[in-house]
Design a protein around this ligand. Structure first.
Ligand code: SF4
Ligand code: ZN
Length: 324
């Protein structure tokens, strides 16, 4: 809030405004702002038919602002749907510098009263991100630790969501994440992946859990402000392996453009959505069983097994664990 805004009133209720949304011109007090975010999530769920009344929803919970906001809003919404369930699932990547993180996350789930299931790259893939970083450096891999870590996370979340018998896996991707991904796919000419940039990704019953992104229409700065009003701890420590990437460049460019032309991010997602829906329908991705570990993959070998092979880890860990 700035001093100018302290004299302004919320357009909804007349209380002092704390937020001026440049992209919509709205002036809102704290309560009306929070309500607007919860309502935006409800609308996204309804518009994209993300949830059914009896769904068991596993929220991918890293403890950062996005997943904490998502978890807290889904817990609030779930209260009106007593036949549904919300739980949190976390993957411990095995980063020694972030060892305290799980305690923070346990505190949040305890306060929200939700079940918290923690698994780890070590349990699932017999490796840690600390080891990946070391091997990637030693083998002078062209891929970053983040590229390997992201592949393992996608697969690991699916495995854990399946283990906890979730019907849906909810991800905390916000509007900024989505616009960045779309632009990255445009820049790399990856049309099939662009066509899959949707708020709901279908699954395969009992094997590939459907993924939903209820924060799809909420800008990152709104998520950050909402998080600041929550009485919950947020894990903010930076991963030691986080690095500058194409995404960082696009993020900075988009933020600068948005500040000069408010509403650009919304316009970009809306335009991309129209382009995606006018594309000739893409054949559904064929999903096979990985020949090493049995996990779903569009190729013969899944991403996690390819990571292990590339970095020179034996096939055993992934293979044996995957077949249990
Ligand atoms: Fe993994 Fe990269 Fe995120 Fe670190 S910053 S947790 S290595 S994806
Ligand atoms: Zn595999």
């Amino acid at each position: 809030m700035n001093s100018e805004m302290s004299r302004e009133q919320c357009r909804q209720c007349g209380r002092p405004a704390v937020v001026h949304r440049l992209y919509s011109g709205e002036l809102l007090c704290e309560q009306c702002f929070q309500l607007s975010i919860v309502n935006a999530v409800r609308e996204a769920i309804s518009k994209w038919n993300m949830l059914q009344r009896t769904d068991r929803i596993a929220v991918a919970f890293s403890g950062g602002k996005d997943s904490t906001v998502l978890l807290s809003i889904l817990v609030e919404i779930q209260q009106k749907f007593p036949d549904s369930e919300v739980l949190a699932i976390t993957l411990d990547e095995g980063i020694a510098a972030n060892r305290e993180r799980i305690d923070t996350l346990n505190e949040t789930t305890r306060r929200l009263g939700v079940e918290h299931v923690v698994s780890s790259y070590e349990e699932l893939f017999s490796l840690s991100v600390d080891e990946i970083a070391e091997r990637a450096h030693a083998t002078q891999s062209s891929l970053s630790s983040c590229a390997y870590c992201g592949t393992l996370r996608r697969q690991g979340l699916n495995i854990v969501a399946r283990q906890v018998r979730a019907d849906k896996l909810a991800l905390g991707h916000n509007l900024d994440d989505e616009v960045q991904s779309m632009l990255m796919n445009v820049l790399s000419g990856d049309l099939p992946r662009l066509a899959r940039s949707t708020p709901v990704q279908e699954g395969v019953r009992h094997w590939l859990i459907p993924r939903i992104k209820p924060l799809y229409h909420i800008p990152e700065q709104d998520v950050a402000l909402y998080a600041s009003y929550l009485d919950l701890p947020i894990h903010r420590a930076r991963c030691p392996y986080a690095e500058e990437s194409l995404r960082t460049e696009i993020r900075e460019w988009l933020n600068a453009f948005e500040s000069r032309h408010p509403g650009s991010k919304f316009n970009l997602t809306a335009t991309m959505g129209k382009i995606i829906s006018s594309l000739p329908s893409q054949p559904p991705e064929l999903i096979h069983k990985c020949r090493n570990c049995g996990e779903p993959t569009s190729g013969e070998v899944c991403g996690a097994c390819l990571c292990r092979e590339e970095l020179g880890f034996s096939k055993g860990g992934s293979q044996e664990r995957g077949r249990r």
